[in-house]
Design a protein around this ligand. Structure first.
Ligand code: MCA
Ligand code: AMP
Length: 522
């Protein structure tokens, strides 16, 4: 496990730092939801204390994993804070994951506690008990379920568990290019150092400075919504307008009440389709931030035309949280569309060729990073961890890019075989391995094709076993039955052969060319 250089400001429990930033008036509104509920800062303090006390009452070993697959709700966010507060490790899981995917995560992470939706209790609890989990609770989006019923009996006073910066705070699973998903272990200091840097870099205005208000519209089971957005607001004592599931009309209607918005490119594309989006509606907005996937130059330009605001694009990973950002402060430079800006303060970023040599400025190569935000390693995968770091401690991102003369970083592609669809990652190897096992399939290839809404989507190309026939719709239906919905190929083609190079490797670039215009309008 990699060691973080000890820094007194981040050598502590992340929750304690977030809590210190709450405004002095604890009765002010911290979160207002799209269903009209209001939570004060005191509510956050008390609810996270009660849930932390519930976790402590279970007598778990320090650093136990708390695996959570629930719909987005303020209570789910409280459970995250409570996990930090009690000194355990939060393991968020996308609600789209189905039983095969969940079985792997639970089996691999061996959580002491699993929290699922009341609807999924039957099958999730079965998987969890089989994997040795002692406690399974339920939490519904409407505040129902056994978790809150049990927490209601717990004290609302709680002393934050002492944690060192190097202690693990969360595990985020990111799929592997081959085979198994990897659990990225993030420490309190990884997350806190990143949140502190972003607070300064994005110029968060404290309540005393007129205050920021964040529209929180992203899911909270990935880095963007759970860390970048939530930590940003909490560490600044900023209220949030909270949307349980992104709906562009709601966001546009609420823009006059907000100053900061964060989204993946698909959210911007969908908001641009709203007729109510105009400069007047954005009059109080200070900052629009995009990340998780490439923001098309068209979207960047169109957004400025429609709103008068320039989107700030930044770049990060589950393993590292945020790495680069376009400037917020004009004194640092302009926001350049098509680039992801500069390495954040404290982040060292370099571009190397395959032989491990630095490329000349402006040349393309593999992006490598080092810094206090870079993760501790992959859960139970020391070999894999070693492979992904260089001997001098840089993490190989698998992204390909260049740095221009002004220092702006541009991502031009990926060396990893990954499709980013609407901000979610789809690893072709995972989908292909499932499809290859379907009756009648000889082999398959999943390629990422440009899509006007999701940026990129998976298109599946399959060949039949001799003498058999395949129905593309049935293949898609089979993937829908087993894989998270965002991994389901948007189209499937049955072909005679897959194109191969001299080494026998499938030439996915040729398939991408063949289907390039599949989703183009007109
Ligand atoms: C839903 N569908 C998708 C996706 N989402 N297909 C491909 N890619 C997706 N992302 C499917 C649904 O299953 C459905 O299929 C059909 O598309 C239409 O669903 P729709 O109702 O339009 O979708 P939605 O529920 O509105 O979701 C779209 C969404 C969502 C709001 C863009 O995908 C989303 O919240 N994305 C954000 C992801 C995110 O937060 N990523 C951050 C990762 P069918 O009709 O066939 O059933 S953190 C990260 O990447 C790093 C570290 C970073 O830098 O931030
Ligand atoms: P994940 O580890 O699932 O969070 O996905 C991280 C990956 O998302 C990175 O390695 C990049 O390939 C991609 N990514 C994140 N932000 C951006 C961005 N602004 N532009 C292009 N790719 C991005």
């Amino acid at each position: 496990m990699k060691k973080t250089t000890s820094n007194p400001s981040t050598d502590r429990n992340l929750f304690a730092a977030l809590r210190d930033a709450f405004p002095s008036d604890l009765d002010g509104i911290a979160i207002e939801t799209d269903s009209g509920l209001c939570y004060s800062w005191r509510d956050i303090e008390r609810a996270s204390a009660m849930l932390a006390n519930l976790l402590e009452s279970l007598d778990l070993a320090p650093g136990s994993r708390i695996a959570v697959q629930v719909e987005k709700s303020v209570e789910a966010a409280m459970l995250y804070l409570a996990t930090l507060r009690a000194g355990h490790v939060f393991l968020p899981l996308n609600t789209a994951y189905q039983s095969g995917e969940m079985e792997y995560f639970i089996g691999d992470a061996e959580p002491a506690v699993v929290v699922c939706t009341p609807r999924n209790f039957g099958w999730v609890s079965q998987l969890a008990f089989k994997a040795g989990t002692d406690h399974v609770f339920t939490l519904g989006a409407d505040r129902t379920g056994s978790l809150l019923e049990r927490a209601a009996f717990c004290s609302d006073q709680h002393v934050v568990a002492a944690r060192r910066g190097d202690d693990m705070a969360a595990i985020l699973y990111t799929s592997g290019t081959t085979g198994r998903s990897k659990g990225a272990m993030l420490s309190h200091a990884n997350l806190l150092s990143n949140a502190l840097v972003l607070k300064d870099y994005w110029g968060w205005r404290t309540p005393a400075q007129g205050g920021d208000v964040l529209i929180h519209a992203l899911p909270i089971f990935h880095v963007h919504g759970l860390f970048v957005a939530l930590h940003g607001a909490l560490l600044n004592g900023s209220p949030m307008l909270w949307q349980s599931k992104f709906e562009p009309g709601w966001v546009v209607r609420n823009l006059p009440r907000a100053t900061v918005f964060m989204g993946v490119p698909t959210l911007y594309v969908r908001m641009l389709a709203e007729s109510g989006l105009n400069p007047a509606q954005c009059r109080n907005m200070r900052l629009f931030i995009s990340g998780s996937a490439p923001l098309l130059l068209d979207t960047f330009t169109e957004w400025t035309k429609r709103t008068g605001h320039t989107i700030l694009e930044r770049y990060g990973m589950s393993e590292t949280a945020m790495l680069t950002s376009n400037p917020c402060d004009p004194a640092r430079g302009e926001r350049r569309g098509g680039t992801v800006g500069f390495p954040l303060p404290g982040v060292e970023l370099r571009v190397q060729d395959d032989a491990g040599n630095a490329v000349a400025q402006g040349e393309i190569g593999g992006i490598q990073v080092r810094g206090p935000n870079v993760f501790k390693g992959y859960w139970h995968m020391p070999e894999k961890t070693r492979e992904e770091f260089t001997s001098d401690g840089f993490f190989k991102t698998g992204d390909v890019g260049r740095i221009d003369a002004d220092g702006y970083v541009t991502i031009v592609g990926r060396s990893k075989d990954l499709i980013i669809s609407g901000g979610y990652n789809v690893y072709p190897a995972e989908v292909e391995s499932y499809v290859n096992d379907l009756p009648g399939v000889a082999e398959s290839a999943l390629v990422g094709i440009a899509h006007p809404d999701f940026g990129e989507v998976g298109v599946l190309v399959v060949t039949c076993r001799d003498g058999q026939s395949l129905d593309p719709q049935q293949i898609i239906a089979a993937t829908r039955a087993r894989l998270a919905n965002f991994k389901v190929p948007k189209q499937c083609f049955v072909v005679d052969d897959l194109p191969r190079n001299a080494m026998g490797k499938v030439q996915k670039n040729l398939l991408r060319d063949r289907y390039r215009d599949l989703f183009k309008a007109g």
